[in-house]
Design a protein around this ligand. Structure first.
Ligand code: G6P
Length: 614
C-alpha cells in the first residue's frame, strides 16, 4: 500500500528512484511522484503509473543527489495529481512521502488552519509535513527534532521519508506500522531507503530494517537511528538474500505467469530440508522449540486476509485431520475488533505473504497481549510479522510481484501441511506408516506440479477463449477443496473483473443454483478422492439446469469428465495435497481470461499487493 524510495549519496538519484518505484508499483499505482534536491527542491508528480511520471519528467531538470519517490494507493483523497506525493510544507521547502494513514489528521489540520496554514490536497500526509515545519519554526529546533516531536503527536501508521531544501544530503525516515528498509551503499557513503528491499538489491546487500517508532537520520553520509523517545539505537545490519533475477520477469509476459510457472521450485523450496523421509522426522526448529507447548495446546486460531485466509482454511482441514486439534480460521480484520476468548494454551498462526498486512499484524498483537503463543507463516524475509512472532516458518517462495497471489498460496499450503503433520507427530496422532506415505507424496509433489503446468496449459487457453466474455462464474468444491474454490473465484474476480463466487458444492442448492443457466460456467474441483460421488451429484444438478461444467478431475477419470463441457486433468495424489495441484489450472484460467479481456494482470485496478492500512 504505497511504495516509497529515497536516496542520498554521491550519485544522481533519479534513476534509482524511478527504477525503485517501478519495482514497488505492486504496492499501489494510482499516482507517482518524486522530489529532487539540487539547490532547488524540484517536484514532479503524475496521476497513474510510474511510466506516466517518467513521461512527465521528460526534458525537465532531473538533477539531484538527494531525492525521494512515491507510488500511491489512495486512502485520503482521490487519485489525482494534486493528491500525489511528495507533499510540501507551508513554505514549500520540506517534502515528504508517506505510506500509511495519519488517523488524527483532521484535528491537527484544524489547529494548523487556525495558525494560518493553507492546504492544497485532501491528504493526511500534507497535514503531517505542515505540522513538522510548524514545530520546526515555533520550537526553533532542527529538522530531525521537529520530525521526532511531530511523530509524538501523530496517531496512525506510517513509513515516511523527508528531505529539505535547507539540508542537502540529508534524508530522514521513520516508521510505525508500515515497513521501511535502509540500504547502506559503497563505503557507507550512500544510502537508500525503500518500502521493501527490491529497489535496493541491485545496489547493496547490506540493509537495516527499521523498527516501529524508530527514526533514521542520514546526514553528511552518517547514519544515526533514534527512537521517537530520543533514545539512540545501534543499527543492526543484515545481508539481503534476494537476487536480482528473482525480481525480474525473466522472459515471461507478466510476473503472474512467471510466478505460476515457478511453483515446482517454490513448492520444493518451501519444504526443502524440513522433513526426513528416511527416519520420518521433522527438521522445523519452530516446532521443535515449542514441543511442550504443542503437546498442551488447547486449539489453534489461524488469521489472515485474502488469499492467505484461504490458505488458512486449507490449514484448518489439514490440522484437524492430522493433529486432531480444534482450529478456527478468522479474517484478521474481524478478529482484531472482536473480543475473542484467547488463552495461554492457544496458538495463533498468522499467514501473510508480505508479512506487513496491517489487519494481520494488529490481530497478532492482540493475541500476544492476551497471552497466546503467536506463530507466523510469511514469505518476505525480515518483514514485520516474522519480527514480532514467537516462532514461525518462512514459505521461501521467493519474491512475489504480481498483485494476485499464486506461488505464495501453494507455498503456504505446503508449509501448513508440514505444520499439521509435525504437530500430529508431536502429539502422537499420526502413525509412522502414514507419515511415510505422505512424505513420499510430498517428495514427488514438485514433479506433479510441473506435470500439471506442462499438460493443462493448452486446454486452459481453449476454455478461456470460450468463456472470456461471461459476466459471472461459480466455483464449487467440497471438504478441503472448498477453500480451493474460494481461491479460484478470488483469482478470477481480482484480475479479470468477472464476478465470481466460491461455494461449498452442496451449498449451491441454498442460493447460487438460482443463477445457473446456459450462460453460467461452473468450475468444479472434482478429484477422484474425498467426496467424489457427492460432487458428482452436484454436477448433475448443475447440468440439469443447463449450466456449463468446467471440471478439474483426476487423471483418467471418466465419470465427471464425461459430464463436463471442459475438463482439466491433474495427477492423483494424497487428499491433503489435492488443493495444491487443483489450484494451478485455476490460476492459469484466471490469467488467460484476464489477458484475453485486455486486463493488466500484474496490477489489477484498485488493488495493491501489500495492504498496510486497515
Ligand atoms: C492483498 C493482496 C492479496 C493478498 C492479501 C493478503 O489483498 O492483493 O494477494 O492475499 O492482500 O496479503 P498478505 O501479504 O498478508 O498475504
Amino acid at each position: 500500500m504505497c511504495g516509497i524510495v529515497a536516496y542520498a549519496g554521491p550519485n544522481q538519484a533519479f534513476d534509482f528512484l524511478i527504477k525503485g518505484l517501478q519495482r514497488l508499483e505492486y504496492r499501489g499505482y494510482d499516482s507517482a511522484g518524486i522530489a529532487l534536491l539540487n539547490g532547488d527542491l524540484n517536484i514532479y508528480k503524475q496521476k497513474g503509473k510510474v511510466q506516466d511520471l517518467l513521461d512527465e519528467t521528460s526534458g525537465k531538470n532531473i538533477e539531484g543527489t538527494t531525492g525521494i519517490g512515491h507510488t500511491r494507493w489512495a486512502t485520503h483523497g482521490e487519485p489525482n495529481k494534486v493528491n500525489a506525493h511528495p507533499h510540501l510544507s507551508q513554505s514549500g521547502d520540506i517534502a515528504v512521502i508517506h505510506n500509511g494513514i495519519i488517523e488524527n489528521y483532521a484535528t491537527i489540520k484544524e489547529a494548523l488552519v487556525k495558525r494560518g496554514h493553507t492546504f492544497l490536497s485532501d491528504t493526511d500526509t500534507e497535514v503531517l509535513i505542515h505540522l513538522i515545519e510548524d514545530i520546526k519554526q515555533h520550537e526553533d529546533v532542527d529538522l530531525f527534532e521537529a520530525v521526532r516531536l511531530a511523530l509524538n503527536e501523530v496517531i496512525g501508521a506510517y513509513a515516511i521519508v523527508i528531505i529539505s531544501k535547507d539540508d542537502p544530503g540529508t534524508i530522514i525516515g521513520a516508521r510505525k506500522g508500515s515497513p521501511l528498509v535502509i540500504g547502506i551503499g559503497k563505503d557507507k557513503k550512500e544510502y537508500f531507503m525503500a518500502s521493501d528491499a527490491t529497489p535496493i538489491v541491485e545496489y547493496t546487500r547490506d540493509v537495516i530494517y527499521l523498527d516501529d517508532n524508530e527514526i533514521a537520520h542520514i546526514k553528511d553520509s552518517e547514519l544515526t537511528i533514534k527512537t521517537i523517545d530520543n533514545v539512540e539505537k545501534t543499527p543492526y545490519i543484515q545481508k539481503l538474500e534476494v537476487t536480482l533475477e528473482a525480481i525480474e520477469k525473466g522472459g515471461y509476459d507478466h510476473f503472474m505467469l512467471k510466478e505460476i510457472y515457478e511453483q515446482p521450485k517454490s513448492i520444493y523450496d518451501s519444504m526443502r530440508g524440513r522433513f526426513n523421509q528416511t527416519d520420518l522426522t521433522f527438521a522445523m526448529r519452530s516446532l521443535r522449540e515449542y514441543e511442550s507447548k504443542i503437546k498442551n495446546l488447547n486449539r489453534i486460531i489461524i488469521v489472515g486476509c485474502g488469499t492467505s485466509w484461504h490458505a488458512g482454511l486449507v490449514g484448518e482441514y489439514l490440522i484437524e485431520e492430522f493433529a486432531r486439534l480444534p482450529v478456527e480460521v478468522e479474517y484478521a480484520s474481524e478478529f482484531r475488533y472482536r473480543d475473542p476468548v484467547i488463552t495461554e494454551d492457544d496458538l495463533v498462526i498468522a499467514i501473510s505473504q508480505s508479512g506487513e498486512t496491517a489487519d494481520t499484524l494488529a490481530a497478532l498483537e492482540m493475541a500476544k497481549e492476551k497471552g497466546a503463543t503467536i506463530y507466523g507463516i510469511c514469505n518476505v524475509v525480515g518483514s514485520s510479522i516474522p519480527r514480532m512472532t514467537d516462532a514461525g516458518a518462512y514459505t521461501h517462495a521467493g519474491p512475489e510481484i504480481g498483485v494476485a497471489s499464486t506461488k505464495a498460496f501453494t507455498a503456504q499450503v505446503t508449509v501448513l501441511t508440514l505444520i499439521a503433520l509435525g504437530i500430529a507427530d508431536i502429539r502422537g496422532k499420526i502413525s509412522k506408516d502414514r507419515l511415510r506415505e505422505i512424505f513420499a507424496e510430498l517428495e514427488v509433489l514438485p514433479t506433479k506440479v510441473q506435470e500439471v503446468l506442462d499438460t493443462c496449459s493448452e486446454k486452459v487457453i481453449e476454455i478461456a477463449k470460450r468463456y472470456k466474455d461471461v459476466d459471472h462464474c461459480l466455483y464449487l468444491g467440497r471438504g478441503i477443496n472448498f477453500p480451493v474454490a474460494l481461491e479460484g473465484a478470488l483469482k478470477l474476480k481480482e484480475i479479470s473483473y468477472i464476478h465470481a463466487e466460491g461455494y461449498p458444492a452442496a451449498e449451491m442448492k441454498h442460493g447460487p443454483i438460482a443463477l445457473i443457466d446456459e450462460n453460467m460456467p461452473v468450475v468444479v474441483v472434482a478429484p477422484k478422492r474425498g467426496y467424489y460421488e457427492k460432487v458428482l451429484s452436484n454436477i448433475q444438478e448443475v447440468k440439469a439446469r443447463k449450466g456449463n461444467i468446467i471440471s478439474i478431475v483426476t487423471h483418467g477419470d471418466e465419470k465427471v469428465a464425461g459430464l463436463s463441457d471442459y475438463f482439466v486433468e491433474i495427477p492423483d495424489t494424497e487428499d491433503c495435497l489435492v488443493p495444491i495441484l487443483a489450484t494451478i489450472p485455476m490460476q492459469l484460467l484466471s490469467y488467460h481470461m484476464a489477458v484475453m479481456r485486455g486486463c493488466n494482470v500484474d496490477q489489477p485496478r484498485n488493488l495493491a499487493k501489500s495492504v498496510t492500512v486497515e
